[in-house]
Design a protein around this ligand. Structure first.
Ligand code: SAT
Ligand code: MN
Length: 600
């Protein structure tokens, strides 16, 4: 069932032939077809009719399998090549004329050399295949933050996913027909060979070329490639920010709305946090999702930082999703969802580790092999994903479609840390907050290929996604102080602290509402805090504990504990990271580190 691209035969009349008026687009598609030599070119219009046709083709070609409509209506399973199950950071390149523009945290290649290499691989690569043209928008139509992209691909899986993840088709044609710039993304599966897998960004050309993969962020080019890597580069040029952040709205029983942005690395619970259900003690409080992964933000006319979610769907981690951890997601992915690399049951349903109910006696694992409880390895890949439209989310905020975006009151930076970092603290000011973001550490997860569980510095959760020099990125963040009159407050959070015995100290999930409530109250000047060496911390009595009385004063003390020795080690490891970035780290951040040491 791994995708080997094939050609579509005889699309019904009227499908695949919607030519745009945009001459630059037509010329580029022609050039690309000349290079890749597809058997046919299919122009996607995003219609229901087209989607039904392409789903049928995907079934016929074995790219996807239909799930049992009684168990998972409108849903499909795709199994990717087992060599291709996560983002590949070592094969991801930023190609700028100057090496220094990409900085030491990115792989760099000279653009002309990289184009030559990629075009060499792409030459004739789509023979016997269909080249799909996918015009799409990132962001609600009419938003000042909206961007236009076009992805050319030989993968049906990509087309069907892009249709969920972006505003694909007609709305994008409207923009393209009016002329104007668009991002050019060229993707081919080639032969899905890790040796010929490259995810390359050309920010100076607003272009992306991705080859050799058929998985997620490597190939849904609107997401990490355009919305973050190219986006961050364009943002600095055009005075906006592209960030790896969820966006949520907290609404009080009185109807007061507070908008929060939060950066966590991949697979650290952004999706769960963005749609959490408050515990019963918070009757009348609501959390609604604007986005679960990416925020584009811009200084607004009212002096606040204004944010949109550029995406239209969620590409979320499946394992561990259940009615305890994320009841909204359980409903959301119960229909019209594309599953990638989960297990399937005999009844044609999907299964994963941590799903509600008992494990099936036997199933087919993510590789397509028979699996039963006790079999070696997981049935669902730890980075298995759902692709689901945001409209499926019972907690969707209506603002998710508002072209004006929402004003941000708080920014949260959170890593996955077993030690050192407390559950929550607030920075002293913007500069200190940027320092908290810049020094974020987190244990690595299955979202990227490589070892899992090692602490690495992941500034603003953007280490794999910043399209230019990280030192310049920090300066850009600091500079926002001059652009935004009414700055968001900045907080550090950590849901993942463990006891010396290795048990999670904090229950997390819906209980994170207790933390969120304190943050919201801080934003409105309603909650006290005490000053410590690392920032402002809540006292136990500043939280609502009803329904979680078993979490004792000692537990709170343990989850909030600041160990000066651990923090000295932390500051040392930060210094190593800053040293790697060289002399482009702003002095202001180096000074923040020294102030921390002095306070400790
Ligand atoms: O595969 S993706 O890069 O889109 C998901 C993630 O790692 O956040
Ligand atoms: Mn992400």
């Amino acid at each position: 069932m791994n995708e080997t691209a094939a050609s579509l035969h005889n699309p019904p009349a009227g499908l695949g032939r919607r030519l745009p008026k945009n001459a630059a687009l037509r010329a580029w598609v022609e050039e690309s077809a000349e290079l890749c030599r597809p058997e046919s070119v299919f122009w996607c219009d995003g219609s229901e009719e087209e989607n039904a046709f392409l789903q049928g083709q995907a079934l016929a070609l074995g790219v996807m399998t239909k799930l049992n409509p009684e168990k998972a209506p409108g849903s499909f399973i795709h199994r990717s090549n087992p060599n291709d199950v996560a983002r590949v950071e070592q094969s991801t390149f930023i190609c700028t004329r100057e090496r220094d523009a990409a900085g030491p945290t990115n792989n760099w290649a000279e653009p002309r050399e990289m184009y030559a290499r990629l075009y060499g691989m792409l030459k004739g690569a789509m023979q016997g295949r269909t080249l799909f043209v996918i015009p799409y928008l990132m962001g609600p139509p009419g938003s000042p933050l909206m961007k236009v992209g076009v992805e050319l691909t030989d993968s049906l899986y990509v087309v069907l996913n892009m249709r969920i993840m972006s505003r694909m088709g007609a709305a994008a044609y409207d923009q393209l027909d009016g002329g104007g710039e668009f991002n050019r993304g060229l993707h081919s599966l080639l032969d899905v060979n890790p040796e010929r897998r490259f995810i390359c960004h050309f920010p100076e050309d607003n272009a992306i070329v991705s080859v050799g993969s058929g998985y997620g962020g490597n190939v849904l080019l609107g997401k990490k490639c355009l919305a973050l890597r190219i986006g961050s580069y364009l943002g600095r040029r055009e005075n906006w920010m592209a960030e790896h952040m969820l966006l949520l709205c907290v609404e009080s029983p009185e109807g007061e709305k507070t908008y929060v942005a939060a950066a966590f690395p991949s697979a650290c619970g952004k999706t769960n946090f963005s749609m959490l259900i408050p515990p019963p003690a918070f009757e009348g409080w609501k959390v609604r999702t604007i986005g679960d992964d990416i925020a584009w933000m811009k200084p607004g006319p009212d002096g606040r930082l204004c944010a949109i979610n550029p995406e239209a769907g969620y590409f979320g981690v499946v394992p561990g999703t259940n009615s305890q951890s994320n009841p909204n997601a359980v409903k959301m992915i119960s229909r019209d969802t594309i599953y990638t690399n989960v297990a399937t049951t005999e009844e044609g349903d999907v299964w994963w580790e941590g799903k509600d109910g008992p494990a099936p006696a036997h199933c087919i694992d993510w590789r397509g092999q028979p699996w039963r409880p006790g079999s070696p390895g997981a049935a669902a890949h730890p980075n298995s994903r759902f692709t689901t439209p945001m409209a499926n989310n019972p907690a969707l905020a209506p603002e998710a479609d508002d072209p004006r975006g929402v004003p941000i009151s708080a920014i949260l930076f959170g890593g996955r840390r077993a030690t050192t970092a407390p559950l929550v603290y607030q920075s002293f000011n913007w500069s200190h907050g940027v320092y908290i973001g810049a020094t974020m550490g987190s244990e690595t997860t299955a979202a990227a290929a490589g070892a899992v569980g090692q602490v690495r510095r992941d500034p603003m959760a953007m280490l794999p996604f910043c399209g230019y020099h990280m030192g310049d990125y920090f300066s850009y963040w600091l500079g926002m102080r001059k652009q935004v009159a009414d700055l968001p407050l900045i907080f550090g959070v950590n849901w993942f602290r463990k006891s010396p015995e290795g048990a999670f100290l904090w229950p997390g999930f819906g209980e994170n509402m207790r933390v969120l409530k304190w943050i919201v109250d801080r934003c409105h000047g309603r909650a006290p805090a005490r000053e410590t060496a690392i920032g402002w911390l809540p006292r136990r009595e500043d939280f609502i504990w009803r329904g979680l009385e078993q979490f004792t004063a000692e537990d709170f003390e343990q989850v909030q504990r600041i160990d000066p020795l651990e923090w000295r080690a932390e500051a040392d490891s930060q210094a190593e990271f800053f040293a790697k970035l060289g002399d482009r780290v702003p002095n202001e951040l180096l000074l923040q580190r020294e102030l921390l040491i002095a306070r400790l």
